[in-house]
Design a protein around this ligand. Structure first.
Ligand code: PMP
Length: 288
């Protein structure tokens, strides 16, 4: 198999030669933004919305992306085609660029725009059928006034700390609460529950990333006639829920059957989760 070709500022490099400076503030400080998305049958799901979110994240950290959203969309599509991929995961990174060793972003130049199109297998297939067991991490999600989780920044240490806790407890995901003790999200996914026929997910105000998969699932549930609530949620709500699942571009829709060793509902993957997962997989394959 030939090597993946990585886009860096308009030029393609084989994966083994795709490099950025060790003085890049993305590397030195996690100073930059990113997106993760998937292509299905050659179409990137909600590409325009991912690019909008990327530009919003950049705006929030006063990072000027050197190309326009339209050029970015074209570059993503070109990277996919160049790598002859129709089903793929795409990682788009914009780093602050190389600068001095101090953290001052005004002393950097040349933000790096990087696009990687490759395959990703986040969880084994069995977990999609059997469901995940997760724990609540002691590490809370970043306070929005410190680093707003709506910014998809290159600084993921907050999530990684929680992920480590999950892994040490033998789980592949961990639930993160916010500074008020309310449910926020998992380390790389949004969380949903089904309770007495209602679909519930934490509102954006809980301090979460406004997931694109989350929003797609909310729309699907609404059009299937379900009652949908974006609300404040506690761990208690999950403990007594009938079903639970996570959403994310990489993870797609994945069931959760246990939180903190407590079975959710009857401890099996529930019917609403199955229905929404199926509807999501149909949606992403629709052209356009
Ligand atoms: N929350 C966090 C912290 C994430 O990193 C992600 C993306 N991996 C999500 C939620 C899900 O967002 P999306 O559906 O847009 O991929």
């Amino acid at each position: 198999m030939s090597e993946v070709e990585v886009y860096i500022n308009g030029t393609y490099f084989p994966k083994s030669e795709a490099k950025v400076s060790v003085y890049d503030h993305g590397f030195l400080y996690g100073d930059g933004v990113f997106e993760g998305m998937r292509a299905y049958s050659g179409n990137v799901f909600r590409l325009g919305i991912h690019i909008d979110r990327l530009f919003q994240s950049a705006r929030a950290i006063l990072l000027e992306i050197p190309i326009t959203p339209a050029q970015m969309i074209q570059a993503v599509q070109e990277t996919l085609q160049r790598n002859k991929l129709s089903d793929a995961y795409i990682r788009l990174v914009v780093s602050r660029g190389a600068g001095s060793l101090g953290l001052d972003p005004t002393k950097t130049s040349d933000p790096q725009v990087i696009i990687i199109a490759d395959h990703i297998a986040l969880y084994p297939k069995e977990l999609y059928e059997q469901g995940l067991e997760i724990i609540t991490a002691a590490t809370i999600r970043n306070h929005p006034a410190a680093l707003n989780p709506r910014i998809k920044s290159l600084n993921y240490l907050n999530n990684i700390m929680a992920k480590i806790e999950g892994k040490l407890a033998g789980c592949s995901e961990a639930l993160m609460l916010n500074h008020l003790g309310q449910v926020a999200e998992c380390t790389g996914d949004n969380i949903f529950i089904v309770s007495r026929g209602k679909l519930m997910t934490p509102s954006i105000n809980a301090g979460i990333l406004e997931g694109i998969t989350r929003n797609a699932v909310l729309e699907l549930a609404q059009s299937a006639g379900m009652e949908v609530l974006e609300t404040t949620m506690s761990r208690h709500d999950i403990y007594i829920a009938d079903e639970c699942f996570l959403t994310g571009s990489a993870a797609e829709v994945i069931p959760v059957i246990k939180l903190d060793d407590r079975p959710i509902g009857d401890g099996q993957v529930g019917p609403v989760t199955k229905q929404l997962s199926k509807a999501f997989h149909e949606l992403v394959r629709q052209p356009g």
